[in-house]
Design a protein around this ligand. Structure first.
Ligand code: SAM
Length: 213
């Protein structure tokens, strides 16, 4: 078995993309608008978990610049290294969220921007439920996904072979609600990444609150 085979598929893709991902996506106005909605509701000095933190930009950087304490985790060593160098005011760890225990109620908010798509549907449900438990009652969960009904579909993403799994918007909303979250706001958009080999993609941003009590 090669070293590549032992890595999670998402680590193989995002180790290869590195800063190219940030160049294509970080200027996204809908992503920044989603962060602005989250920031409006966060108390000063909130503890925020960013799952699939990528290069740290824009999510961890924006939240840390606003004075929040951010822990980013990512399964790609290249991404963790980039994030740690680019956003020294946040903390980043190499970890796969699927196998990572997160203490109940240990964060004020959790984010997962486009980091569920290389997981099975069961794993996506389990991770959203984990994020819902990771925030305190009344805490916030910000999610972004590509709302299409595909399961283990083969494709090419920015020149990299990928297999992707997702839900349509209605099914994704349903899994968020089933995790014990109440949707506060949502935006659906069509975004064209700034990359010659990227295609326009539908995106869904949800901001949700853990049901109090
Ligand atoms: C599409 S990128 C998005 C990065 C960042 N959230 C953003 O929006 O700029 C997805 C990131 O999630 C990470 N990721 C995918 N599956 C993961 C998992 N099971 N655990 C932790 N990170 C994961 C990838 O390595 C990648 O850096």
């Amino acid at each position: 078995m090669t070293e590549e085979d032992r890595r999670a598929p998402a680590a193989v893709v995002f180790d290869a993309l590195g800063l190219d991902y940030e160049r294509a996506f970080a200027a996204s106005a809908p992503h920044r608008a989603s962060l602005a909605r989250l920031l409006e509701l966060l108390a000063p000095g909130s503890r925020v978990l960013d799952v699939g933190s990528g290069t740290g930009r824009p999510t961890a950087q924006t939240l840390a610049a606003a004075g929040h304490r951010v822990l980013g985790i990512d399964v790609s060593p290249v991404m963790v290294d980039l994030a740690a160098r680019q956003v020294p005011e946040a903390e980043f760890r190499l970890a796969d969220i699927r196998g990572t225990a997160v203490a109940e109620g240990s964060f004020d908010a959790a984010c997962a921007y486009f980091s569920l798509l290389q997981m099975t549907r069961d794993d996506q449900r389990a991770v959203v439920a984990k994020l819902a438990r990771a925030v305190r009652p009344g805490g916030l969960v910000a999610l972004a996904t590509v709302p299409v009904d595909v399961e283990d579909a083969e494709g090419v993403f920015m020149g990299q072979p990928v297999r992707a799994t997702s839900f349509d918007a209605e099914a994704f909303r349903a899994l968020v609600t089933a995790a014990g979250l109440t949707v506060l706001s949502e935006e659906e958009t069509l975004f064209t990444p700034d990359h010659p080999r990227a295609a326009p993609e539908p995106q869904l941003f949800l901001l949700a609150r853990r049901t109090a009590g």
